[in-house]
Design a protein around this ligand. Structure first.
Ligand SMILES: [Zn+2]
Ligand SMILES: [Zn+2]
Length: 147
C-alpha cells in the first residue's frame, strides 16, 4: 500500500509508504508562493523515511538555510518541501499526487501573506507564521536564499 505521485513529465516518481498522508495543508507565505509559482503551496506529509523515489531523482533547492525544496530537474514541477530540522516529515505537493483527493487540507499556514482575493477553503483553520515563541525562535535564524 502506497500513495504515489510524480512530476508532470514523468521522469520523477515517488511512493509514500503510509496508509494516509499527514498534516495536509496550504502555506500562503511569500516563500511558498515563489517556490511554487502559485498563489500558495498545497502540501501533504509523511515521515521522511517513508518517502521513496521510485523513478528518477529530484533536484533540490535550499530556499533558505532551514529547508529544502525538491523539484523535477527536467520539467521543474515542485515536488517536496522539508525542514532540515527539527521536523521529521517531508511534504509532497498535493497537486503532484496521483490522487489529490487523498489529501484534503486540515490547516493553513502563512496567513499573513494570503493574497487578499484568494477565497479558498475559508472554513479551514489557519495560523500566522511565528504565532508561537518556539516558531519565532526557529524562524529568527532563517536566511532566505530566494531572489
Ligand atoms: Zn518532470
Ligand atoms: Zn510557506
Amino acid at each position: 500500500m502506497a500513495i504515489t505521485g510524480g512530476c508532470q513529465c514523468g521522469a520523477v516518481r515517488y511512493a509514500m509508504h503510509v496508509e494516509r498522508v499527514e498534516k495536509a495543508h496550504t502555506c500562503h507565505c511569500r516563500m511558498c508562493q515563489k517556490a511554487t509559482g502559485g498563489l500558495f503551496a498545497a502540501l501533504a506529509g509523511c515521515a521522511k523515511d517513508k518517502l521513496e523515489w521510485t523513478k528518477g531523482d529530484p533536484a533540490f533547492f535550499a530556499s533558505s538555510n532551514l529547508a529544502m525544496r525538491g523539484f523535477c530537474p527536467d520539467c521543474g514541477t515542485p515536488l517536496t518541501f522539508a525542514y532540515n530540522t527539527p521536523e521529521a516529515r517531508i511534504y509532497v505537493t498535493i497537486g503532484s499526487l496521483d490522487d489529490p483527493e487523498l489529501a484534503a487540507i486540515e490547516i493553513q499556514y502563512g496567513l499573513e501573506s494570503r493574497i487578499s482575493w484568494v477565497k479558498f477553503c475559508e472554513d479551514v483553520p489557519g495560523e500566522f507564521t511565528g504565532d508561537s515563541p518556539d516558531a519565532q525562535a526557529f524562524f529568527a535564524g532563517m536566511k532566505n536564499n530566494q531572489g
